[in-house]
Design a protein around this ligand. Structure first.
Ligand code: HPA
Ligand code: ZN
Length: 327
């Protein structure tokens, strides 16, 4: 029988988690108070994280919550708390998403965001966790806006602070190809590339096809609808591209965990990993909750979870040598 202790002790990498999605109600409340922002809550419990199901409903709550983040200290505190949590969860390597346009669009300078996050990463040096950043573009914004963001990121990328770029937020009518030029440019600058192809959006399979065949991403986020196209799934497996599943996120966006798709990918040898996505908005299910709850649902034993954890290292963007030290 699978024990929680085994899950908690298993060394793992996390590859799909948004720093803004780790903002628990308690911290939102405390930061709002410190910044003298009225969020209409008398206690943290007044902050409603039961936003319903569906990506648009989630996104509304997500962008509302992060409004309290204004200063470098806010971004520092958010990141510092999460890194402690990850280290405690035996996450050895973390590739962390951040959404700069969600802040620059509110008048917060790019520098405030990246410097706050980065300082927390530097100060976590004693924690035995390796942390890299992935900058996501918001897909409902224009390609020009993404280009501008890429330009603002350039000095930080050159310093080694940002390893990859991603694409997230509202997928409806916002296909990967809308961002073809900005992803080509990012690749040219040496970034790794990944992209969300969320569950059951309009034309998801087409979006996955674009991401894999035209953008040629280095990893695919969510992307579980790939099981609907056997050729595409075989292609993903053949080229050994990682696919980041977030089982608890599906529970909160569709009321079901996408067990079948995950099992199908897993059983066919796809390099699928488990991740928490936006834990503070998905029932406070952090990485070990995700591993444990999914395994319980599907009667998985230690063996399967070990393979999931191995996949997480294999499909991370660390050097081959570092990978081997974990496998
Ligand atoms: N999907 C789309 N946009 C997001 C997500 C997600 O899972 N998390 C944060 N922004
Ligand atoms: Zn995500």
């Amino acid at each position: 029988k699978l024990s929680r202790k085994f899950v908690d002790g298993l060394p793992k990498a996390e590859l799909h988690v948004h720093i803004e999605g780790t903002l628990e109600a308690e911290m939102e409340f405390a930061i709002a108070k410190r910044n003298q922002i009225d969020i209409g809550a008398k206690t943290p419990a007044d902050i409603d994280r039961n936003y319903g199901v569906g990506l648009p409903e989630f996104l509304k709550a997500y962008y509302k919550g992060m409004q309290v983040l204004r200063t470098k200290q806010d971004f520092y505190d958010l990141t510092a708390a999460f890194l402690r949590k990850e280290a405690d969860s035996n996450v050895k390597h973390l590739e962390l998403f951040f959404d700069p346009q969600a802040h620059t669009s509110r008048g917060i300078p790019f520098a405030t965001v990246i410097e706050g996050i980065h300082e927390a990463i530097v100060d976590a040096a004693s924690l035995d966790i390796d942390v890299q950043l992935i900058m996501c573009f918001l897909r409902e914004y224009s390609q020009e806006s993404a280009m501008q963001t890429l330009k603002e990121a350039e000095p930080y990328h050159k310093k080694g602070w940002i390893l990859g770029v991603g694409l997230d937020s509202d997928e409806h009518h916002n296909p990967p190809l809308k961002f073809m030029l900005v992803f080509a440019k990012a690749r040219n600058q040496g970034y790794y590339l990944t992209m969300h192809c969320d569950l059951h959006q309009v034309d998801t399979v087409d979006h996955i096809k674009q991401a894999l065949e035209i953008i040629t991403v280095d990893r695919l986020d969510h992307g579980l609808n790939i099981v609907e196209n056997a050729d595409l799934m075989t292609f993903l497996i053949d080229i050994k591209i990682g696919i980041t599943a977030c089982p608890m996120a599906y529970f909160y966006t569709r009321k079901v965990m996408e067990q079948k798709a995950i099992n199908k990918l897993f059983n066919n040898g796809a390099l699928i990993s488990f991740n928490s996505d936006d834990p503070a908005y998905k029932g406070s299910n952090y990485i070990n909750d995700v591993y444990y709850k999914f395994a319980q649902k599907c009667n998985w034993s230690e063996k399967e979870l070990v393979r999931i954890a191995q996949n997480s290292f294999k499909t991370s963007w660390i050097s081959q040598q570092e990978k081997e030290s974990y496998l």
